[in-house]
Design a protein around this ligand. Structure first.
Ligand code: 5AD
Ligand code: SF4
Length: 464
């Protein structure tokens, strides 16, 4: 009740002023999903969206802190905005993961006094109240709490796409990989009530959404917390990720189901079998490797060895027809030798990923790895990054050959940016395909495309 009240109070205050807002999303899919919720709350307060900073009366930064470069981006932007703030009464709010870090909070407080609202990942739902304090009472707001977190259902949401939607199934992470800040800023693993998830997806299907991405820092440990953070007792029998996948697969209207990110250690047989059995579940599995060497993996606290990882890939290949893999890799973890890095290259050679998200290790204060004295010099990290990139690029052409002559069912996403006559979509393995419409199709439709040409970073084909 209280929340609606603050939304109304803000709406009454700004009534008729035709105010505009912009939310800058700086992080991962979960961060994007939070931005959609922030936007939903803001629109209920009466603001409308703008794409231009200059036109905005409310600017929200939804920050990320997984790697260092996100900080540079934020402080760069804040510098630009200071000048705007001198000319016009724009409200500046900063939220997200970075605000859960004490050093960042202190820095904002000391050096960026013109920021009006600071909020964290656990206080997103209070945004209407924070706005009320800032614009009605004219006070600065700092609303960050350091707890395990809770689950808030029913926030308004302004989705950024008409056909594809992300649905958070669990919050937080318990893994404490030694390089990663996420468990510190996102709190403990908290699974949402399956009924809430399924109702949300059914609602999306009725609105015309076709593709659902199930989100969480560690989706395949869904249910391991026994739903202890849910408000009501969970009565449903859908208490594992595998069962959830099967239940989502039954929802009429949904044609494609994706999920990120799973953890290799939680890929039990029931999950593998659910992926195999569910026709709508994408067969592109994101299987974060992080490093290929077993000693480095142990120091990263990843809980699998190189051999166990490769065994898992082998098992999935045997059990799931047409399975593909993508991955995350960090180069230059503290103490990683050239020899150990070769194991990463070796795994890449063997698995032949469709996509690799490559990261240079960056120190995150507060994590175990940050305290290590044997940090890798920048030039070596960059050399390894370049080697990994070169290896991946050398594989792409060959990987694409398997598509030539095949028929791929894809959703029409929209016109190609580079060629007005062509439209684009993506294969199940996330490869971009360009093709011409025959005239009978609409954006959002699923069509079959016969692939005829390989252009390395995209494929070409025609509707059949
Ligand atoms: N440095 C570099 N990359 C990191 N990631 C997480 N923490 C760090 C770090 N400190 C990467 C991991 C993770 C992805 C989301 O970000 O590969 O899977
Ligand atoms: Fe970070 Fe590891 Fe949790 Fe992923 S599983 S969010 S890398 S601690």
């Amino acid at each position: 009740m209280e929340k609606i009240d603050y939304t109304e109070k803000v709406r009454n205050k700004i009534n008729g002023d035709n105010l505009k807002y912009i939310v800058l999303t700086m992080g991962c899919k979960l961060n994007e999903n939070d931005s959609e919720k922030i936007s939903g709350m803001i629109e209920l307060m009466g603001y409308s969206k703008t794409e231009e900073f200059e036109n905005a009366d409310l600017i929200v930064f939804n920050t990320c802190c997984v790697r260092e470069n996100a900080e540079e981006r934020l402080f760069g932007k804040l510098g630009e905005i200071k000048k705007m703030k001198e000319k016009k009464n724009v409200i500046i709010a900063i939220g997200g993961c970075m605000m859960q870090e004490k050093s960042m909070l202190d820095k904002i407080k000391q050096s960026y006094k013109y920021v009006d609202i600071v909020f964290g990942t656990h206080t997103l739902q209070d945004f209407p109240k924070d706005m009320y304090t800032a614009i009605v009472k004219n006070e600065k707001v700092k609303n960050v709490i350091d707890i395990d977190g809770e689950i808030i259902e029913g926030l308004p949401i302004k989705r950024s796409d008409k056909y594809r939607a992300s649905v958070t199934i669990m919050y937080g992470c318990n893994n404490f990989c030694s390089y990663c800040i996420v468990p510190f800023v996102r709190g403990r693993e908290r699974s949402r009530n399956p009924e809430d998830i399924l109702n949300e997806i059914k609602g999306l299907a009725l609105e015309g959404y076709k593709e659902i991405t199930l989100l969480g820092q560690n989706v395949n440990s869904y249910g391991n917390d026994n739903f202890k953070y849910c408000e009501l007792d969970v009565k449903s029998e859908i208490n594992t990720f595998a069962k959830l996948l099967r239940a989502v697969n039954e929802i009429d209207g949904i044609e494609k189901i994706k999920f990120i990110s799973p953890h290799p250690k939680d890929f039990k047989d029931d999950v593998i079998e659910a992926i195999r059995d569910c026709d709508k579940v994408s067969k592109l599995i994101h299987l974060p490797l992080q490093a290929g060497n077993s000693k480095v993996l142990k120091e990263m606290n990843r809980k699998y060895t190189k051999e166990e990882y490769l065994e898992l890939v082998k098992k999935m290949r045997e059990k799931i027809p047409n399975v593909y893999f993508s991955t995350d890799i960090i180069v230059g973890f503290p103490g990683e030798t050239d020899e150990e890095f070769k194991d990463t290259l070796d795994v890449v050679e063997q698995v032949k990923y469709e996509q690799i998200f490559m990261f240079i290790y960056s120190i995150r204060e507060g994590t175990v790895a940050a305290k290590r004295a044997d940090q890798i010099p920048d030039n070596i990290k960059h050399e390894r990054f370049d080697k990994l990139k070169a290896l991946y690029e050398s594989q792409v052409d060959k990987l694409n050959e398997k598509y030539i002559g095949t028929i791929q069912k894809i959703m029409i996403e929209g016109p190609s940016k580079n060629n007005q006559d062509m439209y684009t979509g993506r294969t199940d393995s996330n490869k971009v395909i360009v093709f011409k419409l025959t005239g009978n199709e609409n954006i959002g439709d699923f069509v079959n495309i016969k692939i005829s040409e390989n252009h390395k970073w995209f494929l070409e084909g025609e509707i059949v």
